[in-house]
Design a protein around this ligand. Structure first.
Ligand code: HEM
Length: 118
């Protein structure tokens, strides 16, 4: 069970890598769009994160306050990406810069919460 949990953590972190990596490519190329890699990364991180939110394959207690914060931040990221994607379909493709930067900062915040809040 423990090894299976580690595999799910790996999948979860891969989702984070795709979300943040997809966002970073947009930031560096100054395109500021919500792309398919970001959407896939968010979905993977969400599904694997929810699986990890249940206490299986571990011998310690989960920090549910931390998990709740991560879930709320994830929902906000998802809402911002939804708004961004809808605007992109209507117009040039770029999302408002405040919204774009918020997606990246909140993604990094969630990784920070995961790693720093013990
Ligand atoms: C964009 C959203 C998210 C990002 C960037 C993210 C990032 C990460 C990272 C980098 C880790 C590894 C940290 C470590 O093991 O020390 C992690 C672990 C974890 N995440 Fe997330 N996460 C996100 C969303 C979620 C959500 C929505 C949940 C649950 C509802 C969640 C639950 C967990 C749990 C329980 C662990 C610990 C796994 C374990 O040690 O057994 N995450 N997350």
């Amino acid at each position: 069970m423990e090894i299976l949990r580690h595999v799910v953590v790996l999948i979860h972190i891969t989702g984070f890598a795709l979300l943040f990596g997809g966002w970073a490519v947009e930031a560096f190329s100054r395109r500021f769009q919500v792309n398919q890699v970001m959407n896939a990364g968010l979905a993977i991180a969400a599904v694997a994160g929810l699986a990890l939110a249940a206490p299986w394959g571990i011998s310690y207690d989960l920090n549910y306050a931390k998990i709740a914060v991560k879930l709320v931040v994830l929902v906000v990221i998802g809402a911002l990406m939804g708004i961004g994607g809808a605007r992109a379909r209507k117009g040039s493709g770029a999302v408002p810069s405040g919204l774009f930067w918020a997606i990246g900062i909140l993604t990094l915040l969630n990784a920070g919460v995961a790693v720093l809040w013990r």
